[in-house]
Design a protein around this ligand. Sequence first.
Ligand code: CMP
Length: 152
Amino acid sequence: TRKESSAASDVYKRQERTLSIIKPDGVSRGLIGDVIKHIEGRGLKIVAMKMLHLTQAQARGFYAVHRERPFFEGLTTFMSSGPAVVMVLEGDNAIARWRELMGATDYRKAAEGTIRREFATDIEKNVVHGSDAPETAAFEIGYFFNRFEILA
Ligand code: CMP
């Protein structure tokens, strides 16, 4: 019944997956280890990971929701400027927890102890990316990984 299935989904709904990217600035500055240290140190589990160098077309597809924004061209040029590391993180409330660990998009507004506060140099070159909602997480994870590449 509907009641039973919603009760069952309540049990599991906090166990989430989110997409994380160490952006080209983070990779070129040698911050892969530091970012992973934050992730694992806070109990988020890495269940998929790969390094890739996006084409600009692939970056445009990934950030399609931002295509009308004034920063779209710069952002997709930057995201295709060098290798990036993409990961799927899993855990209770993983989407919000990873966003909290990253800190605000604008590093000047990011809280003390967050990755962007510590490492980011620019609102665009902000070291890391994280999905902002369950729907975007599903799209973003599927953009880079198939089901056999996600190791639960
Ligand atoms: P991200 O969390 O990956 O989501 C969209 C990205 O666009 C963001 O991080 C930044 O890299 C970039 N971005 C967001 N706002 C701006 C802005 N005002 N100027 C330049 N780049 C931005």
